[in-house]
Ligand binder design. Structure first.
Ligand code: SF4
Length: 353
């Protein structure tokens, strides 16, 4: 069962309590490159992203936020490293959340100014601890970078904000090591009821990132821990959103998007099933449809799988049989399988809406 955390709002997206698990990603252009950042955020939204984050490295980046917000819909998280003036400028320019660690900012006067500005505009703060941001004192005390030092660091940051009566907080304790990350989030979840932002940091290139994130984020969500997620991939952030959607869909935590059940192919396969599945995936990625489709390379398992799915294709000898609820509704040539299936799905989507 999902742990009931406090609810916060990043723009109009609820995080924690009963809010759906949201998907986050990060832009890759310099934030003052407004044209490219706007395009990227709008592409992320189209792919299914709920919240977008951008690094704010100088005043030009901070000032760009208000213009970016005019041309995008996703809530905007400003990622600040050290400079409190950039945090204040980001708030002033309309960001919907700050990602910054008060311990990095320096004097408590500066932190207080940021906290007051956030209170004033109802903007939450994400405390983002990761393996590289733990202080030497905490590393020494807990004998290295591990789950305990990550959690201690997060608790220290939380206390700074709580001492200023600020509770509009979400927290991440990311590590590039999956076991450490899982342990840290479990421990942190037992110690506080703030919403948690899950992620394996620096997860690597596509395949490694997918595996690490599926295990790390997936295990925690399965335990009921976590309120918002980011899959970190070295590459296009759109892939991060696709991966995050697939993780949530696999756990039945998100309903939009097609769930494709396809066979691994074998010597019985008599059509180019890989190409068919690839094309179906590509042509349906923008469909906001909640359906399960079985695409099978021979008639052996086709009808059976399609009984479990909303639609099914079983292909044989250059032909495709389209099933609905286990019954054949169409028989088409191999080259027509994709478009026929996509048309049927679009039609069912129209009927549902
Ligand atoms: Fe082989 Fe048919 Fe199974 Fe696909 S569904 S793996 S073609 S036996």
């Amino acid at each position: 069962m999902r742990k009931k955390t406090r609810q916060i709002f990043v723009g109009d997206v609820g995080i924690g309590a009963n809010s759906p698990i949201s998907i986050q990603s990060m832009t890759t252009f310099k934030t003052s490159d407004i044209e490219n950042v706007v395009k990227q955020i709008n592409d992320l939204e189209k792919a299914g992203c709920d919240i977008s984050r951008s690094a704010i490295n100088d005043m030009d980046d901070a000032k760009a936020i208000s213009k970016i917000k005019e041309m995008t819909n996703l809530p905007f998280v400003a990622d600040i490293q050290f400079d409190y003036k950039l945090a204040l400028a980001a708030v002033e320019n309309g960001c919907d959340c700050l990602r910054y660690n008060p311990g990095n900012i320096g004097s408590s006067d500066k932190v207080k100014k940021i906290v007051e500005a956030c209170k004033d505009k109802n903007i939450p703060i994400r405390i983002g601890v990761n393996s590289g941001s733990i202080s030497k004192e905490i590393i020494d005390k807990f004998h290295g970078v591990n789950a305990d030092s990550l959690v201690a660091s997060a608790m220290e940051e939380i206390k700074i904000l709580e001492d200023m009566d600020f509770y509009d907080i979400k927290i991440s304790v990311k590590s590039s090591d999956v076991n450490t990350m899982i342990d840290a989030y479990r421990k942190l979840s037992a110690l506080c009821d703030y919403p948690l932002h899950l992620g394996v940091t620096e997860a690597g290139p596509l395949y490694q990132a997918l595996v690490k994130s599926s295990i790390g984020i997936g295990s925690l969500l399965k335990d009921g821990v976590g309120d918002t997620i980011r899959v970190s991939i070295t590459g296009d952030p759109i892939e991060e959103v696709k991966a995050a959607k697939a993780i949530l869909k696999a756990l039945n935590l998100r309903s939009d998007g097609l769930d494709i059940v396809s066979c691994p192919t074998c010597s019985r396969t008599s059509v180019d099933l890989e190409k068919i599945v690839e094309e179906v995936e590509k042509k349906t990625e923008d469909l906001k449809i909640n359906a399960k489709v079985a695409i099978m390379g021979c008639p052996v398992n086709g009808p059976g799988e399609s009984k479990e799915a909303d639609y099914g294709i079983s292909a044989a000898n250059g032909m495709g049989f389209l099933f609905k609820d286990g019954k054949t509704i169409k028989k088409v040539k191999e080259e027509e399988i994709v478009d026929t299936l996509v048309d049927v799905l679009k039609e069912s989507n129209l009927n549902e809406n």
